[in-house]
Design a protein around this ligand. Structure first.
Ligand SMILES: C=C1C[C@]23C[C@@]1(O)CC[C@H]2[C@@]12CCC[C@@](C)(C(=O)O1)[C@H]2[C@@H]3C(=O)O
Ligand SMILES: O=C(O)CCC(=O)C(=O)O
Ligand SMILES: [Fe+2]
Length: 352
C-alpha cells in the first residue's frame, strides 16, 4: 500500500467502526497494551477497594446542594436519583438504541457521520487522538433525528424519533435543574449568572447533542477499550448507562473507579465548559468505558452546550483579587474547534 493510501485507510478506520458481528478474534488495530497507553494507565488496572465510589445523590433531599458541590469538587461527577424522569422512558430509549445498533452495518453506513461533524453513525470523535481503535460505535443527533432515521427505517422510523425527542426534552429539563443546583451550591443563580447562556429572541439556541453509544460483546475485553479516556466538551453531560457495568471515572489517588449502575439513575459529568465557568472550582471528570465478553452494552449521553457564539468565561462573582480568572474567554464554537485540534491539552491552552 502506498503512503497516501495507508493514511486514507487509517482515517477511514478512525471514522467508521468495524463490522463487530463478524469478528471472532481481536484485530491488532484494536489491541491496546501498556505500550499504547500512558504508563500510569495500564489498560484495565482498576484500583477499587469498594470504599471509594461515585456519590449517588437524591436531588429531592434538602442536603442535595452541599452533596452536589462536594461531588463536583472531589469527583467531577455523581449519580442522580429521584429526578422525576419516568423509568418507562429509560427503558424505551434503551430499546430504541439497541434497535438502531442491531441494524446491518451497510444500513448504518447510510447515515455515516462526516469527519468533523457530530451527527450520524461512526466511531467516537476522539478516535484519531489514540494509536489504537475503540471497541464501540456511536450515533449522534441534535433535535429531531427524522432525516437520518428515515434512511435507516424508510417505513418505520416514527417511534424511534418520538422516543429520542422525548428523551432529549426530558434531558434538557434535567440539565437546567442540575445546573441550577450546581450554581446554587456556589451561591449563584441561573437567573442572574447564566444570562450569557439564555435563549435570545425567545428561541433556545443551546447546542445539545444526544449521543447513543454501543459496545458490542468483545472476544478479548482485557486488551480492548470501549471509549478511551476523555473529558466531555460540554457544560454538563447526563449519561444513562443502561444497567450494565463499563463506565469508569478517574480520581487522583484512587485510579480508575467503576461507576456501579443504579437502575433509573443518571450519571452527571462536569464538562470542560463548567470547569471554565466555575473558574476551576468544579473539575471536568476524566472517564472511559471498558467492554466485556458477555453482553452488548449501550449508553446514551446528552451533552449540554452553550449557543455556539456565546462567550464562555469564569463567572464574574467567582473572580476576585484572591481568585483571579484562570481561563481566557472563548466562544462555545471556538472551544470545540480547539478541543479537536489539541484534545487533552485544550484547557491548558486557554489557561491564563
Ligand atoms: C457535543 C459533542 C460531544 C462529543 C463531541 C460532540 O460534538 C458530539 C459527539 C460527542 C462524543 C461522544 C462520545 C465521546 C466523545 C468524547 C466523542 O468522541 O464524541 C464526545 C464528544 C466530546 O465530549 O468532546
Ligand atoms: O458509555 C459510557 O458509559 C460513557 C460514554 C461517554 O463517556 C460519552 O458518550 O461521552
Ligand atoms: Fe464522555
Amino acid at each position: 500500500m502506498n503512503p497516501t493510501m495507508e493514511s486514507q485507510t487509517q482515517a477511514f478506520n478512525h471514522l467508521l467502526p468495524l463490522d463487530f458481528d463478524n469478528v471472532s478474534t481481536l484485530p491488532d488495530s484494536y489491541a491496546w497494551s501498556t505500550t499504547t497507553l500512558p504508563s500510569d494507565d495500564p489498560c484495565h488496572c482498576t484500583i477499587n477497594d469498594r470504599k471509594t465510589s461515585l456519590p449517588v445523590i437524591d436531588i429531592g433531599e434538602p442536603g442535595a446542594y452541599d452533596l452536589v458541590r462536594h461531588a463536583c469538587e472531589k469527583w467531577g461527577a455523581f449519580q442522580v436519583i429521584n429526578h422525576g424522569v419516568p423509568l418507562s422512558l429509560f427503558r424505551e430509549t434503551e430499546f430504541q438504541t439497541r434497535r438502531l445498533f442491531s441494524l446491518p452495518t451497510e444500513r448504518k453506513l447510510l447515515v455515516a457521520r462526516p469527519p468533523s461533524g457530530f451527527i450520524g453513525y461512526g466511531s467516537a470523535r476522539i478516535s484519531p487522538f489514540y494509536p489504537k481503535l475503540m471497541w464501540s460505535e456511536g450515533f449522534g443527533m441534535k433535535g429531531s433525528p427524522v432525516e437520518l432515521a428515515r434512511k435507516l427505517w424508510p417505513q418505520d422510523h416514527a417511534k424511534f424519533c418520538e422516543v429520542m425527542e422525548r428523551w432529549q426534552a426530558e434531558m434538557k429539563t434535567m440539565c437546567d435543574k442540575i445546573v441550577g443546583i450546581m450554581l446554587g451550591s456556589l451561591g449563584l443563580t441561573h437567573e442572574d449568572d447564566m444570562k450569557w447562556f439564555e435563549p435570545k429572541n425567545g428561541c433556545d439556541q443551546t447546542q445539545c447533542v444526544l449521543q447513543l453509544n454501543s459496545y458490542p460483546v468483545c472476544p478479548d475485553p482485557n486488551r480492548a477499550m470501549g471509549l478511551a479516556p476523555h473529558t466531555d466538551t460540554s457544560l454538563i453531560t447526563l449519561l444513562n448507562q443502561c444497567n450494565i457495568n463499563g463506565l469508569q471515572v478517574y480520581q487522583d489517588g484512587a485510579g480508575w473507579v467503576p461507576v456501579e449502575p443504579v437502575e433509573g439513575a443518571l450519571v452527571v459529568n462536569v464538562g470542560d465548559l463548567m470547569q471554565i465557568v466555575s473558574n476551576g472550582k468544579f473539575k471536568s471528570v476524566l472517564h472511559r468505558a471498558v467492554v466485556n465478553n458477555t453482553c452488548h452494552r449501550v449508553s446514551t449521553a446528552f451533552f449540554l452546550g452553550p449557543p455556539s457564539d456565546a462567550e464562555v468565561s469564569p463567572l464574574r462573582k467567582l473572580v476576585d483579587s484572591t481568585h483571579p480568572p484562570l481561563y481566557q474567554p472563548v466562544t462555545g464554537n471556538e472551544y470545540v474547534q480547539l478541543k479537536y485540534k489539541v484534545f487533552n491539552k485544550v484547557l491548558e491552552s486557554i489557561r491564563l
